[in-house]
Design a protein around this ligand. Sequence first.
Ligand code: PLP
Length: 396
Amino acid sequence: MNWPELADKCIMPMASRRQAITLVRGQGVRVWDDAGKEYLDLVGGWAVCTLGHCHPVLVKAIAEQAQTLMHISNQFYSIPQTRLAELLVKNSCFAKAFFCNSGAEANEGMVKLARKYGKLKLGGAYEVITALNSFHGRTLAMVAATGQPKYQEAFTPLTPGFVHVEFNNAQAIKKAATRNTCAVMLEPIQGEGGVNIPDDGYFQEVRAFCDERGLLLMFDEVQTGLGRTGSLFAYEQLGVEPDAIALAKGLAGGFPVGAFLAKAPCAVLAPGDHASTYGGNPLACAAAIAVLNYTLERNLPQHAKEMGSHFLARLQALKGRFPFIQEARGRGLLLALQFKEDLADAVQEACTRRGLLVNRLRPSALRFMPPLIITRDEVDEGVDILEKALAEVGRK
Ligand code: PLP
């Protein structure tokens, strides 16, 4: 069966599927296609598969909850939802959680919270300052929040209320803030925008400014959260606490869950303000509890930090061998390899042929977001294959 041909006939295109691989099975950090070919997966479902593929702890939690209670409406209390919220607030600086189904929805809800906060506490202020090169999702409002014209041009007019400023420039935020501003929303590390790490001190300066003006500081940790960058939440490494945070991706290791968390003073949503039919249903929350408990018990954030340092060091060492590499950057298991030329497609293709899945971030950059359970040997195996692919592309 030619699955790509059938899929392209009846599915609207989403990502560009240059490689036409149909994956049918996964285990740990490995996946297999419909022809039985094995791949080492350094894409991890776009930073989602925290525990790798089909981890027995996650599979068991989903199976047990599916046999107990899969879905109820948010008109009723549920034990998994309550337990998950408790687990998240216990392990963060936040007081309350709201559950939804994706990263875009989590950000969207967080912006609604900021707008209501603006109405109640800031004289009706509604504008949210975000960064250029940011990525906050694909709903209409989050397309407007995202600071990249390529995601906006086909969908104008944009939802009003978002102002974009240069990332890693606290002064730009100060200049852009007006009496209409209610919040600043930033990714601790810009993921989709290029794995961009701001300078030390940036977030402290932004936090101090927000405090001075009474603005909310909100972090989009959809990609950086849940251990990926070496701490449960990336903000823990920044020396500041945001007022609210958005989560999704790795939260339930592949089961679709999103959430936003807020400190008590800005948890201003009342019944009926915001809701979601599926948001926080027992099945999704049981999956997230299993992932979060495993992450905490095995200290996966620390593991991600160690594996990430090793991975980054190996990527940096490649720079000496291949002059077309500009730099390797990242934190924990969110890493990028930047080329001086547009070589990402060719390198990705050469990797895939050799059984390694990587993410083409830009025409000139690759991104790596493997499961947090990846071992040192698997990192080495991946970089060894990458090295061969780079040598092949370099010869051409
Ligand atoms: N925010 C960030 C930082 C992301 O990286 C993404 C997805 O890549 C999103 C939001 C959107 O998440 P979702 O695709 O689950 O809506």
